[in-house]
Write a protein that binds this ligand. Sequence first.
Ligand code: SF4
Ligand code: SF4
Length: 472
Amino acid sequence: MVQFKKEEQEKTDFRDRLATIDEKGSRVWVYAKKPKGKLTFWRNILGFALLIFFFTAPFIRIHGEPLLMLNFIKREIVLLGVRFWPQDFHLFFLAMISLMVFIILFTVTYGRLFCGWACPQTIFMELVFRRIEYWIEGDAYHQKQLAKMPWNKSKIFKKTIKHLVFYSIAFIVGNYFLMYIIGTEEWTKLVSESPSKHIAGLSGMIVFSGVFYFIFSWFREQVCTIVCPYGRLQGVLLDRNSIVISYDYKRGEPKGTFFKGEDREKAGKGSCINCTQCVQVCPTGIDIRNGTQLECINCACCIDACNAMMEATNQPKGLIRYASEKSITEGTKVKFNVRTFAYSAVLVILLGVIAFSIAGRKPIEATILRAPGMLFQEPEPGKLSNLYNIKLVNKTNADLPVELQVISPEGVINIIGNGINIKKQTVGESVFFLIVDKEKITSDKTPVRFGVYSNGKLIEEINSTFVGPNMP
Ligand code: SF4
Ligand code: SF4
């Protein structure tokens, strides 16, 4: 009975809490050993390429527009140099649905590959902040020693330098994030003009820097395991066919210490030599030999660490590898399932709809409405006129002269004031009279059709009505 209770306790203990929280609920700090190996090398290459992109993208211009700007406060969204207006909301809606389907499809198939290889949190943490920590405090072992040490001169010096460097980088990263929101022009004004003129921007800069410093100096892997909604979704998105970082328990168990020259098979041991290298390099502090876990960000550090041990002990590599649970259990190769193909089809259709909508997006959007509360006028005998308001959105990067014509019925347009000329990326409004021969008006609400032209080219046709006298 006592034995049963102990076993049951051990079983439940494993899933009782996160790997980084102890039985009292306190944080267990992760001292991850510096990873090295083939996958780490390629992950670093991709990570540095993405970092270069992150730091250069705000300065890239396409036809004078930023590559990416997400100013939700001012409702200014620019993607790949195309500025989106509130009128383009349907495109955003489609893009969001496509993104969600893409995330589901990708995760069902490849697990958290994005988290380990391309997520900004992982890239900044592993390629920037943790590297600085290694340079200043040394590898995991030295970091642990330093943490245990009393506060002497050396410790104070190292910790001060580390946190100063961390804050400086967080400040730079925070400023870059701000550039993605307000654009480089606004950001330049923010840093060059008096702070009193840019209280909101300055507050944003301070908040961003503080948040990044907090995340990378203290919160770290907790972002992936506690906060990130994508991480929390893993439980419902993964299935037995998903390709994740897997420990081949069939080959690895039972674990056993390695002795040179020993026949492991005869000794009844599996390939795992219980060296715990896979656990020591894990940035989220888990033991992948316990199976797929919520905390695993698929960074592949454990694959490299285990492969190195396999090589050192003359055993085949791949005891930990990218594989599905099904392929490990059945000893088969990874296969794509029906669900993956179904998601792919939906994704292709959605992407097609988005591409079609963006390609067919009008450079100018015009709205013509009769002036409210106004009836018809008789400017001269035999003629009737109606007053209209026109609103134009110029989504292009050029100032556009706009010409308005009436397509049907025949008539004359009199624009009040100067002609219509809308500056690039602005909204223009004007008022005009439509004058029509009385005999052309067949009812109290005659349909009219306007044509909006720019540089002689018809851009949009708009339907409206012309109010005339009541017909018998
Ligand atoms: S278990 Fe392996 S892949 Fe998962 S987070 Fe830890 S080291 Fe990375
Ligand atoms: S690194 Fe490989 S051999 Fe060592 S404990 Fe992990 S799974 Fe076992």
